[in-house]
Design a protein around this ligand. Structure first.
Ligand code: PLP
Length: 454
């Protein structure tokens, strides 16, 4: 009996995709992109059988996907999706739960609480912090900074949620000169201004210099970074948090991927002092290898969160523990099912293993690149490698050549005013042999470009 042919069709297509994933091209080829022209721009008047819709989706969109879930995508920091999370995602879709409030989805909200406690344990953060799910680190930073804004204004007797920013007490923002651009986007969305931050000098790894901090006070939000998106370097959290605590300033940590280093005793030392901050942003969809999208907003001050995001509606229950009082959204998908499946299937040891394997792979890649004659531009302290052939154009040509080959995918970046190629290791699916395959493709690209850049 098959009473849900569309699910059978989806399972068949997904299984075929996942089976082929380690061997398939990473970037789609031109044919796959051109085939999507078969998608009609006209809204169909008539519907079709659900299984036909699923099959059409799989046939045209599947080949045009980028294999970010596979083992050789090293661009950005994407992670993959550990198998249990894909299963959880299917269930979550079948259940179609809205994680707005306990009465609407006791299961989703309960698992937010369970995984929240697990995450605090894994990330070595105080157990009494509030943990909330949002789309990603951009929004998790928005949430942390909104709580900070609320707290600073409240201390001056100003209800910023009700009165707005016009006439509000001044708020000083301090950030590293190499802070991730999404931090400035969050500041801009909050009306705090993307260019209002006092930028602190950084060292050659993009880490804030604690000695270069300006005067801090109770009106200050210090935005620090655990895991520079290029170098993987950590701001000196302990020194900065100590100064901020003494001054009564709020510390927000952008730890999109780097905070997950806490799961590895060998790497957690780089994070020392991170638990003294006030708010943290981390992604599930990066190093924790849940499917997109999943960001986690963690905050030590639940009252500040509720001041920023709490609201009443006559038709909604007034339970202040409901997630909707601590984040921007009301309706949203139940990300806690996937996070639960990730942490349940991996356990503490499984997460540690991914972190340590990826960091070792970064070191292997760095020595392999050196053996091919490239120069490594960062201290490979985590999962990031930045390298150059010495020529910006050749670096770009190598990245384009390997992407076109389909073997692997990595990007170029701008590091200390130089173009360089950049690798991120954050996927559970990356095997050590994938480093060899990628180095092989780079060797071919170096040969192909040798004459042009002689
Ligand atoms: C990925 C990333 C972000 C943005 O996170 P999203 O989940 O894409 O919103 C911010 N900061 C750092 C360091 C990142 O790696």
């Amino acid at each position: 009996m098959n009473d849900h042919p569309e699910l059978a069709a989806a399972a068949d297509a997904a299984l075929a995709y996942l089976r082929e994933l380690p061997a398939r091209r990473v970037a789609p080829d031109a044919d796959a992109l051109a085939a999507m022209d078969a998608y009609s721009p006209m809204l169909p008047d008539q519907g079709c059988a659900p299984e036909d819709a699923v099959r059409e989706l799989a046939a045209l969109a599947g080949p045009a996907t980028v294999a970010t879930a596979g083992p050789r995508f090293f661009g950005y920091v994407t992670g993959g999706a550990v198998p249990a999370t894909v299963g959880a995602n299917w269930l979550a879709a079948a259940w179609d739960q809205a994680a707005a409030d306990y009465r609407l989805s006791p299961a989703a909200v309960r698992l937010e609480q369970v995984t929240g406690a697990w995450l605090l344990d894994l990330l070595r953060l105080p157990q009494d912090c509030a943990v909330n799910y949002v789309t990603g680190t951009t929004m998790a930073s928005f949430v942390g900074l909104a709580a900070a804004r609320s707290e600073i204004c409240d201390r001056q007797g100003w209800d910023v949620a009700a009165l707005g920013l016009a006439g509000a007490p001044p708020i000083r923002i301090v950030a590293g000169a190499d802070a991730h651009p999404t931090l400035f986007k969050a500041l801009s969305m909050l009306g705090l201004g993307s260019r209002s931050a006092i930028l602190v000098d950084v060292d050659d790894q993009g880490r804030m210099l604690a000695d270069a901090l300006p005067e801090l006070g109770p009106d200050t939000i210090v935005c620090v970074q655990a895991g520079n998106v290029n170098s993987g370097g950590f701001d000196p959290l302990e020194a900065i948090c100590a100064k901020a605590c003494a001054a009564g300033a709020w510390v927000h940590v952008n730890g999109a991927f780097g905070l997950v280093a806490a799961a590895s005793p060998a790497h957690a030392t780089q994070l020392a002092g991170h638990d003294l901050a006030d708010s943290w942003a981390v992604d599930g969809h990066k190093w924790l290898n849940t499917p997109y999208d999943c960001g986690v907003a963690i905050c030590r001050h639940p009252k500040a969160l509720r001041r920023a995001f709490g609201y009443q509606a006559a038709y909604l229950e007034d339970d202040l523990r409901n997630p909707r009082h601590q984040i921007p959204e009301l309706s949203r998908r139940a990300r806690s099912f996937e996070m639960w499946a990730a942490l349940r299937s991996l356990g503490r040891e499984g997460v540690r293993d991914i972190v340590e394997r990826n960091c070792a792979q970064a070191r292997t890649m760095a020595s392999g690149l050196q053996a091919l004659g490239l120069r490594i531009l960062n201290d490979v302290v985590l999962n990031q490698v930045i390298a150059t052939t010495g020529s910006a154009d050749r670096d770009r040509a190598i990245a384009a050549d390997v992407t076109a080959s389909g073997v692997a995918w990595f990007s170029t970046t701008n590091w200390r005013r130089n173009t360089a190629i950049r690798f991120s290791f954050s996927s559970w699916a990356t095997r050590d042999e994938d480093i060899d395959l990628t180095l092989g493709a780079i060797a071919v690209a170096l040969e192909r470009t040798a004459e042009t850049f002689a």
